[in-house]
Design a protein around this ligand. Structure first.
Ligand code: NAD
Ligand code: KPL
Length: 306
């Protein structure tokens, strides 16, 4: 049995993908109220995949964090700021050899969970799918992306990976997942806060924030290099432009969170980058200003701060 902690967009997307591949899944919902609401709809989820012109309906089982059954595999699909507390709410249920897969964006929550679960194998993933929920029982798989999984301790790929791949799941293994996460962090640190501040889709940044993207790229490249992640400034700039062009009409996750009045994951993007720069006494004025501008914006708009 695979347990999925957090039944939001990503948790439900993974539940659908795993269950359709023939794997048994159970959602772990936060509290009795949410479980009752889930049961009131008989656990039904309507899934729309516009790209594939598919619409399916399926039933997903759910339970509470204090359910008695041991957990052998835990997939954590909460936002980064909720992940550690969520994992602690079920830690007592993890079996001796339980394995954990973390899907959070940004960095910082993964390391915190690894520290809490030092006796378990904890894998990190970088996910570029796009999914959202018009309601608690509807899921739109808006964009098929890439899922890269790895072991931060650089151990071998687990047995389940090849099994899941052979059952039709599109997943990649990478021996250096930290490098993948750092590179994604760099992209997110540049795109997300700027689109939130300028309140624009990703594609507008090429015209509206060209100079700021340049400055940020230079500092991010220096930061990554200081942490041993090889990435030249040219390649970072090219990748940044590519992501901006490929996701030109997207509203970044941070802009979406702000529009919905939700807490953002800024602390796990810019916050993590700034704390990392501080550790090495690295000067990153453009990143610092961006963070300050964003905090001011959040405060003046009455939005949740971190
Ligand atoms: P979401 O807000 O839709 O879902 C998070 C879910 O976790 C919510 O249902 C919330 O109630 C639940 N939760 C929070 N605390 C919990 C607890 N203690 N116990 C049980 N459940 C708890 O968020 P999301 O969009 O699914 O994002 C999850 C992560 O995946 C984020 O880090 C996000 O950046 C990343 N991600 C999302 C997408 C996307 O398209 N949605 C794409 C790539 C990466
Ligand atoms: O990951 C993203 C996000 O919005 O969080 C990008 C790559 C910026 C795409 O929107």
């Amino acid at each position: 049995m695979l347990h999925i902690l957090g039944a939001g967009s990503m948790g439900l997307l993974w539940a659908v993908r795993l269950q359709r591949a023939g794997l048994p899944v159970r959602l772990i919902l936060r509290n009795a109220e949410r479980l009752a609401a889930w049961h009131s709809q008989a656990g039904q989820l309507e899934v729309t995949d516009p790209g594939q012109q598919q619409h399916i309906s399926l039933t997903l089982n759910a339970e509470l964090p204090d359910s008695p059954e041991p957990i052998n595999f835990l997939l954590v699909a909460t936002k980064a700021y909720a992940a550690e507390a969520a994992v602690l709410s079920v830690r007592h249920r993890l079996s001796e050899g339980a394995q954990v897969l973390l899907l959070q964006n940004g960095m910082g929550s993964q390391q915190a969970i690894s520290r809490q679960l030092s006796r378990h194998r904890v894998f990190y993933a970088s996910v570029t799918d796009g999914a959202w929920r018009p309601s608690a029982h509807q899921l739109i798989w808006a964009g098929h992306g890439q899922t890269i999984i790895g072991d931060p301790r650089q151990g071998p790929a687990p047995d389940w990976l090849a099994r899941w791949q052979s059952q039709g799941l599109t997943l990649e293994w990478h021996a250096d997942i930290m490098a993948i996460l750092w590179r994604k962090l760099a992209i997110n640190c540049a795109i997300n806060p700027l689109t939130a501040l300028l309140d624009c889709p990703n594609g507008d940044l090429l015209e509206r924030a060209h100079g700021r993207l340049e400055e940020l790229s230079q500092e991010l490249q220096q930061l990554l290099s200081a942490f041993g992640i090889p990435l030249s400034l040219d390649i970072l700039r090219t990748q940044l432009d590519q992501v901006i062009r490929q996701t030109a009409t997207n509203s970044s996750s941070m802009r979406q969170d702000m529009h919905a009045g939700r807490r953002t994951e800024i602390d796990f993007m810019l916050g993590f980058a700034l704390r990392s720069a501080d550790q090495l006494n690295l000067s990153v004025p453009a990143l610092r200003k961006l963070n300050a501008d964003l905090q001011t914006y959040l405060a003046t708009h009455g939005l949740p701060l971190n």
